[in-house]
Write a protein that binds this ligand. Structure first.
Ligand code: PSU
Ligand code: MN
Length: 327
């Protein structure tokens, strides 16, 4: 952040946006004004990634985990065409239970705002909202990436492009195991996105700690990661950073054990011709069924683990000298 009185880019955008576009929960606004740590959280995982009631329980637990680590949670969603940073309990409940909430990625945002619709935000859309609002750190479960068979389907998540262009750090348990993780890492390299393994040398595979793929870089403390964010943004290197945080051992599923369910779910998706934005929710749902919810419980635990780390990184970033954190 530049000298006192001067505003950084995020603050300028924030101040110039009409208030009907961006709605801050009071606790989020206050924390941002005071330069305290805030963690953005997404809502697609609530509306499309998990069944009720586990989705709502998880959303609440994740917010509590961020708060316990000393940061303010800002769950992000689009409601009646406005981007909300921080949700009221009723709004969270609505997203977890409403039968037809849209899944919003970058391309959907203008349409949803123009039509005053409701939508859960993906990693890509949550990054956009966080950047607009001046939030630097965001926790999710696992980012979208290059799907298996992408050479034919062209299905590559918009999350990857967003990491290339929007200045937000994303804490995830790697990319989802349903994807082609090797190609996802290649794509991130092409896009110039730093990928940091937190206390690991291996790129984690969402439900599993191991993927067999080396992670491009390893860091062992939230402060080291905060310094990396500062260095990137201080130089004006556009885009995010992916922090890959392995699921805790106690909740992990060995790759061999989960792979059969993933392959079965992929076959079913192909047979039912499921594609586009419906594919990822379909696969996660089928894998949960096929593993008698074992995958769902792992998913919940890895999100909580990511939320805690994101809060610690956000705190470390907020505590860096102001001159190093301008975005
Ligand atoms: N992490 C999870 N569950 C999820 C997601 C992430 O544990 O459901 C969501 C995120 O919102 C991510 C999306 O952006 O899955 C990826 O969707 P797609 O593959 O259609 O880009
Ligand atoms: Mn896709």
């Amino acid at each position: 952040m530049p000298d006192k009185g001067e505003k950084n880019k995020a603050q300028k955008i924030r101040d110039s946006l009409p208030s009907e576009r961006l709605v801050y929960a009071p606790a989020v606004q206050q924390a941002l004004e005071e330069g305290r740590a805030v963690v953005a959280l997404e809502s697609t995982i609530i509306a499309h990634g998990m069944p009720y009631p586990q989705n709502l329980e998880t959303a609440r637990k994740v917010e509590a985990a961020v708060a316990e680590e000393g940061a303010v949670p800002a769950t992000i969603a689009i409601l009646q065409g406005r981007i909300h940073l921080g949700l009221e309990p009723e709004q969270l409940h609505y997203l977890a239970t409403a039968p037809q909430v849209e899944k919003a990625s970058r391309r959907d945002i203008p349409l949803l705002l123009a039509r005053r619709q409701d939508a859960a935000t993906t990693v890509a859309a949550t990054m956009i909202a966080a950047a607009l609002g001046g939030i630097a750190v965001f926790a999710t479960g696992g980012i979208g990436g290059v799907h298996r068979g992408a050479a034919q389907s062209f299905d590559i998540s918009a999350d990857l492009q967003e990491l290339a262009r929007t200045n937000v750090a994303v804490v995830s348990a790697g990319a989802k195991a349903i994807l082609d993780l090797a190609l996802t890492l290649e794509y991130l390299e092409t896009l110039g996105v730093p990928v940091i393994g937190y206390q690991t040398d291996e790129f984690p595979a969402f439900y599993s700690r191991e993927s067999g793929l080396p992670v491009p870089a390893r860091m062992d403390t939230p402060r080291d990661i905060a310094c990396c964010l500062a260095a990137k943004w201080q130089l004006g290197l556009q885009g995010g950073v992916l922090i890959a945080n392995p699921i805790p051992q106690a909740h992990s599923i060995p790759p061999k054990q989960i792979e059969a369910a993933i392959e079965k779910a992929l076959e079913e998706a192909q047979a039912a011709n499921v594609r586009g934005k419906a594919l990822t929710p379909f696969l996660l749902g089928r894998i949960a069924r096929l593993t008698q919810n074992h995958s769902l419980f792992s998913n919940i635990e890895l999100v909580l683990n990511n939320a805690r780390l994101a809060a610690r990184i956000a705190r470390a970033f907020a505590n860096l000298p102001e001159s190093t954190t301008a975005r």
